[in-house]
Design a protein around this ligand. Structure first.
Ligand SMILES: NC(=O)c1ccc[n+]([C@@H]2O[C@H](COP(=O)([O-])OP(=O)(O)OC[C@H]3O[C@@H](n4cnc5c(N)ncnc54)[C@H](OP(=O)(O)O)[C@@H]3O)[C@@H](O)[C@H]2O)c1
Length: 307
């Protein structure tokens, strides 16, 4: 099958496009003909060696996809050949930048007709992460105020919509070119982080969701009211240490399951959440897509058309 892969860690240029062996579905797995796969920041962090050396080459990255079931293995009764599905690879597994992927059937969900493969791929890991962060971890409630850092990104754009659906007031940060976009997603107040200091403009928030990391994450504690809570997904495996004893800091634990995928789809079909803006690339241009994603100013999601 064709895939985008790398033979050593390095910059975007180490990504190649070519033939690799087809995966084989093991017990309890389905083999999926991938139609679309999305780019997540983890993909280029993995490619660059940021998570440590991978165990084998060629290494095919990619954590989420949408496609059609091509084969079902022993022990799979919930899908049949031809079913459209989408999903997020199990923790520790990748391989979605490819024409085929083998994955545990239990963590795959049915793709609705109303959403395209590209939309489902764009909603998969980003949607799962936004749901786990806003609903499960922060447990945001109606009437609360949340600051969402990096509103124009893939996860944050979904988080804005979820927070509005819950009935919260949303403040977000974005560069001026993305203000109209984040307002369309529902943001009530937008701060241009390039010209304004969010820590001076905002205070008394019930919650913060940080998708930017670094200094932005650390400064975010200052905007919380006493008793507030913050969730961080761009500061590594743990939340940054809180400089305040009166607020709580969380690193959302984003597991993989069908239930959350079905919830994000239900919200999308109900019109509560729209898929993020999508920029499409052919899989053969994975290196170019990584360079864009790594620049960290893409609006919405990058998605590969795989076939
Ligand atoms: N399961 C997980 O734990 C999980 C899953 C997915 C992602 N993540 C992590 O979450 C982070 C976000 O990922 P993503 O894919 O949603 O988005 P991303 O591609 O990392 O972020 C892109 C957006 O960030 C905005 N941005 C950049 N610098 C900013 C700043 N200083 N202040 C405010 N906004 C800023 C840009 O908007 P402007 O052009 O307007 O600046 C751009 O639209 C990544 O670090 C990723 O690794 C974790």
């Amino acid at each position: 099958m064709k895939a985008a892969f790398f033979m050593r860690h390095g910059g975007p240029e180490v990504l190649q496009y070519g033939d690799v062996p087809d995966p084989v579905a093991g017990v309890g797995e389905v083999l999926v003909d991938v139609h679309a796969a999305s780019v997540n920041a983890a993909d280029w962090k993995m490619r660059a060696g940021g998570y440590g050396p991978v165990s084998r080459f060629p290494y095919v990255p990619g954590r989420d996809f949408s496609g059609v079931v091509a084969a079902v293995s022993e022990g799979v009764s919930d899908f049949k050949v031809g079913d459209p599905v989408f999903g997020v690879c199990d923790v520790g597994q990748e391989g979605a930048y490819a024409e085929k992927i083998a994955i545990k059937a239990a963590i795959v969900a049915g793709k609705p007709e109303a959403l395209s493969h590209a939309e489902c791929a764009a909603l998969a890991l980003a949607g799962l992460t936004a749901l786990v962060s806003i609903e499960d971890t922060l447990q945001l409630t109606r009437g609360e105020t949340i600051l969402i850092q990096g509103g124009a990104g893939g996860v944050a754009g979904l988080a804005i919509q979820l927070a509005k659906h819950i009935g919260a007031r949303v403040i977000t940060t974005a560069s001026a070119a993305n203000h109209a976009y984040v307002r369309r997603l529902g943001a009530d107040e937008v701060i241009d982080y390039r010209t304004e200091d969010f820590a001076r403009k905002v205070s008394g928030c019930d919650a913060v969701f940080d998708t930017v990391g670094g200094e932005v994450a650390l400064k975010s504690f200052a905007v919380l009211r006493s008793g507030g809570r913050a969730a961080f997904i761009a500061s590594g495996a743990a939340a940054p240490a809180s400089p305040r004893s009166d607020v709580r800091a969380f690193r959302p634990q984003v597991g993989r399951d069908r239930r959350h995928l079905e919830r994000i789809i239900a919200l999308a079909l109900a019109g509560a959440v729209r898929p993020p803006e999508i920029t499409r690339y052919p899989l053969s241009e994975a290196a170019e897509a990584h360079a864009v994603s790594e620049g960290r100013h893409l609006r919405g999601k990058l998605v590969f058309d795989v076939r």
